[in-house]
Design a protein around this ligand. Structure first.
Ligand code: XIL
Length: 370
């Protein structure tokens, strides 16, 4: 088991000290994150799904805190196109109605996600290799056209391509589109997205660890962004997912800044698209775990929000009640992961205060037009 590092403990104290400055009494939220963010020119929001749509307590929280929402799974191929001959826009449309009713923007996630397991099973009828190239291009382009046409300007920012790389080698990963179309599937996707959603911000989205564990992944993404610029491919921004805390203890601020410096020097905007923190601290003490999550939050946000090119910041769920880590990455001790700003009872946690504190100290920027 790892021990809590001194750095995390110190960062935890800083976040807690900042929290104490906020008017938080009686478990009430200290302020609306969307308002704190807006003052700095940042659009703040959260991902939602059927869980939140069906939960009336969630409605109050999501409408209060979020200036933008994004569907966790509703716009993925396996949701929209499970059935070969029919589209299923039910959940995506419910989220779009929710956003409109609450005066929130909506981000789209995701048009092209290459791993075979993210595609509906029927798509594998298209042969692999060059034999399937033209069919795969047609399938991808028609998908982009139809989904973008369905939502039109209701979606103001799109993850056009998600997670295209092998984590260790930094090469483009094999997968449904890569195996049939080749590396230029990315370029095709962005060009088609610009045509189909001319007013939307177009984003390449990837996990982008705040760590030195994946130097080649960082290099691969930089090379892609550089090539797309050279070829005048229409792409506006890099989406940093921000599922942090996986390689606990390998966070590397210098490496992270260098990466962000290079991305912004190429003229790209930045977004944090899926923020949450793995609660892997090796202790059962909830306040120590929460302090650790808050420290990681503050450490990551202090650097990332310092870039004026960062204009949107989205949590992958506002509450532990709906955290995807509950199933996908349970803690070894069987305790529930505490990964989000609110706990299962929808009470704000130190992570909430850490986000608020980071927003309060972030520099002001020109807000995004999308
Ligand atoms: C996750 C969802 O949260 C889960 O509900 C689903 O079972 C799997 O996908 N990166 C992404 C997101 O781009 O789409 C993933 O969402 C989390 C990792």
């Amino acid at each position: 088991m790892m021990s809590l590092s001194r750095r995390h403990v110190l960062m935890g104290s800083a976040a807690l000290a900042a929290a104490a400055l906020l008017p938080s009494g009686c478990g009430q939220p200290p302020g609306h994150l969307k308002d704190l963010a807006k003052r700095k020119g940042i659009l703040f929001g959260g991902a939602i799904g059927p869980e939140e749509l069906a939960d009336t307590a969630a409605h109050e929280l999501v409408s209060r805190e979020c200036g933008v929402i994004t569907p966790r799974n509703a716009l993925k191929w396996r949701t929209l196109r499970w059935d070969r001959s029919d589209w299923n826009f039910t959940e995506g449309d419910a989220i779009a109605r929710y956003a409109a009713a609450n005066n929130q923007k909506m981000r789209g996630h995701v048009l092209v996600w290459n791993p075979v397991e993210n595609m509906p099973d029927w798509a594998s009828d298209i042969p692999s290799g060059s034999a399937g190239r033209s069919q795969a291009i047609q399938l991808m382009e028609t998908h982009i056209e139809q989904v973008c046409a369905h939502y039109g300007d209701r979606i103001t920012s799109w993850d056009v391509v998600n997670e295209a790389f092998e984590p260790y080698s930094g090469d483009l990963a094999p997968g449904f589109f890569m195996d049939r179309i080749g590396p230029d599937y990315i370029e095709h996707a962005f060009r088609k997205a610009r045509e189909a959603a001319p007013h939307a911000q177009l984003v390449y989205n990837d996990y982008m660890r705040w760590s030195d564990k994946y130097p080649n992944h960082h290099k691969g993404v930089l090379k892609l962004l550089e090539n797309l610029r050279k070829k005048e491919v229409p792409i506006d921004a890099l989406g940093i997912q921000g599922h942090i805390g996986k390689y606990y203890g390998t966070e590397n601020d210098r490496h992270w800044r260098q990466f962000l410096d290079e991305v912004t020097a190429m003229g790209y905007d930045l977004l944090i698209t899926e923020f949450d923190v793995r609660d892997f601290a090796p202790t059962a003490d909830i306040s120590a775990r929460d302090a650790n999550v808050a420290a990681l939050t503050k450490g990551f946000l202090d650097i990332t929000l310092s870039y004026p090119e960062l204009k949107q910041f989205i949590c992958w769920g506002l509450s532990d009640r709906w955290s995807w880590f509950r199933q996908s990455e349970p803690r070894e001790d069987g305790q529930l992961q505490r990964t989000a700003p609110y706990d299962v009872d929808l009470k704000p946690k130190p992570m909430y205060a850490a986000i608020a504190a980071a927003l309060i100290t972030a520099p002001t920027r020109e807000p995004s037009t999308t």
